[in-house]
Design a protein around this ligand. Sequence first.
Ligand code: SF4
Length: 77
Amino acid sequence: MERGKCRDLDPAIFFPNDGIGVQVAQRICADCPVKSPCLEYALANRVDHGVWGGTSERERRRILRQRRLSRVHLSSN
Ligand code: SF4
């Protein structure tokens, strides 16, 4: 978080109420140097709210679903 682009910004930017707000936050995250670890943190901790690692809540749910499916697929082979 110390190295995140959001460190000096209003945290409210990353907890938007609409799609436009999500896009604003995602633009900031886009070239953040800690984008990947930020996303992994949110996924590992099941963070439901806000934009983390450049992903919206819906996108993180999708990533988790896809990872679950690939684990099931791998374990069945
Ligand atoms: S990816 Fe976005 S939310 Fe995560 S540290 Fe960087 S700017 Fe902050």
